[in-house]
Design a protein around this ligand. Structure first.
Ligand code: HEM
Length: 565
């Protein structure tokens, strides 16, 4: 008879032999798969071997180097750019990543209308942005881009100026409540940028949406956290597994908040449209309407405006936002959502769902980026009091003691503030990297390298903006980097906060104009202070570049400052 001990010995032996068989079968299966994988990707592997980069392990490649918290991963990527100049490859398991940091190579990619497909990582945006402009490709992207780009033409943007002013003043009124305290300005900047988008590009009143801009902005911020987790945690990548985790449930909840706002926006706008209402239904306070000189602004010919760097792009690069005024007929000069709805009623194939997806895209791209840019700007003003003094000086010379709203002409006079803003976008580009998928081999310009089809290309904007051969003393906040004498001799693609080329940011001019009005209004009213210096900034690149330590500032009312009420 078998005793308990004898029985368990047999069981243990059986288990051992079962697990032995499993491993005996698993190891050759993995080896076979690995050999098949190498053979089927021979071309890619051969070209990759000629690219510089850290040596990896079989199967997992360099994956172990890219584990850790979000800010650790960001540092690892950044450090890699010092070990390998211009170009570096890394294998994350079977995935080949190639990092580019030379403007000559960046030009090859960004100026092309062929290499425009987004990397597969962008698919995590799909449940949120659907087939919106940011992630779509091919014919859909081309048609929608052609439709949307003219809605961000300067002539359309000029009509937003009174609403930019009204919302900037409302923000200043809210900020006054924090006067003297240390607080995180990012929350205020997010709320302001969401509300401005609602009232301008969407053309609806912020007060009729039944949901605060702040609630929407917070939901977006948490969604970005989840998307970033899916980029960095390999087990969260497959949808079926992700949906089983708590993050899947949280995402569902957040998307409810986000989509309920955008659905309401489209519904309200359609109702207004069907009643014959065109243009923004947002309320502009009387004191702004009465004092804003729209006629004088309308006389400034767009072609007379110094374009390029004033609107976030190196002089010399042109994209579809720079089309000549004559190319944009009267009919096309509609704000974004007005045009989308009109187009859908006039036989252009655009379903309500597609309109909502574009609204989701513009709401996201349009607010989180500018919220980060304005928050970094205020922190930098606090960290550099002498530079801040010069900004105050320039603003006082434009506005004197008047509390009149800013005009388009004023924004063209804000030369020093503009340099500070561009320098902010250089050192802290809100979109720190751009990723593309290559469908064909590409020969680079910086050396004898060919990027293989199938690789994921990462353009390291953050690093390009901090190259010491392009920007002397690259980590120093120096607005003079944007003095015309210095910009004239730089490679066009060495400053790309808004990307460049056919897939550049459609909101670049909108962003620059809005930021100038918002930030000048804040600076007219406050001195920005902080106990922190720039080297304290803890950076985290989760989709949009942020400070993990928060955007803490303190505001003091300017003695000679104009009062907005
Ligand atoms: C400081 C503010 C902003 C920065 C730094 C910024 C930066 C960028 C960058 C780098 C891209 C390319 C992303 C990629 O290829 O992965 C992009 C695309 C885009 N941006 Fe912006 N953006 C800003 C503001 C805005 C605003 C205000 C809007 C809309 C009102 C907007 C709408 C878009 C859209 C729709 C795209 C996708 C364009 C396409 O693929 O055709 N952005 N932005």
């Amino acid at each position: 008879m078998l005793g308990i001990n004898g029985y368990s010995r047999i069981m243990t032996n059986t288990e051992i032999s079962a697990s032995n068989i499993f491993y005996v079968l698993l190891i050759p299966a993995v080896l076979l798969w690995y050999m098949y994988w190498r053979l089927s990707r021979r071309h890619m592997i051969e070209l990759a071997e000629r690219l510089p980069g850290p040596k990896g392990w079989p199967l997992i490649g360099n994956a172990l180097e890219f584990v850790g918290s979000s800010s650790q991963i960001f540092k690892t990527f950044y450090n890699l750019s010092f070990r390998y100049e211009n170009i570096a490859k890394a294998w994350l398991g079977p995935k080949l990543l190639v990092f580019l940091t030379d403007p000559r190579d960046v030009e090859v990619i960004l100026s092309s209308s062929v290499y425009i497909d987004k990397a597969s990582e962008y698919r995590f945006f799909q449940p949120w942005l659907g087939n919106g402009l940011l992630i779509s490709t091919g014919h859909i992207w081309k048609t929608h881009r052609k439709l949307i780009a003219p809605t961000f033409h300067l002539n359309v943007l000029k009509s937003f100026i009174d609403l930019f002013n009204a919302n900037s003043r409302a923000t200043v009124d809210k900020l006054k409540m924090e006067s003297g305290k240390t607080f995180d300005c990012h929350d205020y900047m997010s709320e302001a940028t969401v509300e401005m988008l609602l009232e301008t590009a969407m053309g609806v009143s912020k007060s009729t949406q039944g949901q605060s801009g702040y609630e929407y902005a917070m939901a977006v911020m948490k969604m970005c956290d989840i998307l970033h987790l899916r980029h960095t945690k390999i087990w969260l990548r497959p949808d079926w597994l992700f949906n089983l985790t708590k993050y899947g449930k949280v995402q569902e909840h957040l998307l409810n908040i986000i989509h309920s706002l955008t659905r309401k926006v489209v519904k309200n706008k359609m109702e207004a449209f069907n009643k014959g209402v065109r243009g923004s239904t947002a309320h502009v306070p009387k004191e702004i309407l009465n004092s804003y000189d729209a006629e004088a602004d309308s006389k400034i010919e767009v072609k007379d405006v110094v374009e390029g760097v004033s609107f976030g792009q190196s002089v010399g690069i042109k994209d579809d936002l720079d089309v000549d005024d004559n190319d944009v007929g009267e009919k096309k000069r509609l704000a974004f959502l007005d045009l989308m709805i009109e187009a859908s009623q006039n036989g252009i194939m655009l379903s309500n769902e597609e309109i909502k997806e574009q609204v989701d895209t513009i709401m996201f791209e349009g607010h989180d980026t500018t919220a980060a840019a304005s928050s970094f700007f205020l922190c930098l003003m606090a960290a550099h009091p002498k530079i801040q003094e010069k900004v105050h000086h320039e603003i006082d010379s434009i506005f004197g003691n008047s509390d009149r709203p800013a005009t388009f002409a004023d924004t063209l006079e804000m030369k020093y503030l503009e340099r500070c803003l561009l320098e902010t976008l250089r050192l802290y580009p809100p979109v720190p990297i751009i990723a593309r998928k290559l469908n064909e081999d590409v020969k680079l310009a910086s050396g004898d390298y060919t990027l293989p089809a199938g690789c994921t290309l990462v353009i390291g904007t953050f690093k390009i903006h901090r190259r010491s051969d392009i920007y002397p003393n690259p980590d120093k906040f120096d607005p003079e980097n944007f003095h015309p004498d210095r910009t004239a001799n730089r490679h066009y693609y060495s400053f790309i906060p808004f990307s460049a080329g056919p897939r550049s940011c459609v909101g670049r001019k909108y962003a620059m104009l809005k930021l100038k009005i918002l930030l000048s209004t804040i600076m007219r009213n406050f001195i920005v202070k902080s106990d922190k210096v720039e080297s304290d900034f803890q950076l985290q690149a989760d989709i949009i570049l942020k400070r993990t330590d928060g955007f803490q500032i303190r505001l003091e009312s300017r003695k000679a400052a104009p009062i907005t009420e």
